[in-house]
Design a protein around this ligand. Structure first.
Ligand code: GPP
Ligand code: MG
Length: 286
């Protein structure tokens, strides 16, 4: 047995968590790597805003690259919207990215606020990749990634000014998740999530939403679950923004790209039929 085994057993507590970790440890999808290579910010979330239609025109030899750069610009715009909702963060504050992927949002947060950022992920591969990026950027004293479970991070109670999940809540129980965020945040601290959730009003999980779950091995929650779990854990929403209309162009462009993965149609169907929303929720810890 290697010395890392007991730690892995501690972080990955269920067969489900182990299968999610396995998925992300193996993931090398061009839609994420090629986009990240554009400027070194590697994202694991989708995009926001209108795309420039001229990327689809012009010389055929550079068309793919133009689309990749445009998709990346929209993904970066999404992270900026999330950071816009974190409130007034000062350089001496500590903030946390739970489900930090390859680190894109964490590095943008550090660049914007100059504060200490910790990221946690159950994928050792992602943690190692993101820490390598921190070294390369010369910010490893301020931005650090940890092989930890977002439901039990081990960080100090009341230590954070802000925390967020950028498209990672669909892997966990929301009551357990918000209990941990509430523990980590100090009074008045801000929590933000951008997530895909299904629409209670149209009924249960639609076929398109089920296909998304199947694709990522995740479990998309209903919209109502977010507010119940926040209310139960002292997190009081201050902003709820329906970003659905703003993310549809990203999926339309992605569907026409060389890096499409096959999940574009279910997203477009789910959003357009109204069974699914792309939602931002910002909440204060009371
Ligand atoms: C992955 O981003 C995001 C998720 C797995 C969460 C699912 C999100 C919902 C809104 C339901 P990614 O950038 O790794 O995905 P892809 O490889 O498809 O670009
Ligand atoms: Mg992606």
């Amino acid at each position: 047995m290697t010395s890392t085994m007991p730690q892995a057993d501690h972080v990955l507590r269920t067969d489900y968590q182990r299968s999610v970790a396995e998925y992300w440890n193996a993931e090398k999808d061009p839609v994420n790597i090629r986009l990240g290579e554009v400027d070194g910010y590697y994202h694991h979330h989708y995009g926001l805003g209108d795309y420039d239609p001229s990327v689809l025109e012009g010389p055929e030899e550079t068309r793919n690259q133009r689309i990749i750069e445009e998709l990346h610009r929209l993904e970066t715009a999404q992270a900026d919207v999330l950071l816009d909702h974190l409130g007034n963060i000062r350089p001496e504050d500590r903030i946390m990215d739970t489900g930090s992927g390859r680190g894109g949002t964490s590095f943008m947060a550090h660049q914007r606020f100059g504060c200490h950022v910790d990221g946690v992920s159950i994928s050792q591969q992602q943690v190692d990749f993101a820490n390598g990026q921190a070294e390369e950027r010369g910010v490893s004293d301020k931005v650090a990634f940890h092989f930890r479970n977002m439901l039990d991070t081990g960080f100090d109670t009341g230590s954070l000014r802000a925390s967020w999940n950028n498209e990672s809540t669909m892997y966990v129980d929301l009551f357990e998740l918000f209990s941990e965020h509430a523990r980590l945040l100090r009074h008045g601290g801000r929590y933000v999530t951008i997530t895909g959730c299904y629409n209670d009003v149209t009924g249960g999980r639609s076929k398109a939403v089920s296909r998304i779950d199947e694709h990522y091995t995740c479990n998309i929650h209903p919209r109502s679950a977010y507010f119940k779990a926040m209310a139960a854990n002292g997190l009081v929403p201050i902003n709820v923004v329906d970003l659905t209309d703003q993310t549809i162009p990203y999926w339309e462009l992605r569907a026409q790209s060389s890096v499409a993965t096959g999940i574009e149609d279910p997203f477009l169907t789910a959003y357009k039929e109204g069974s699914f929303h792309y939602l931002l929720i910002a909440a204060d810890r009371i």
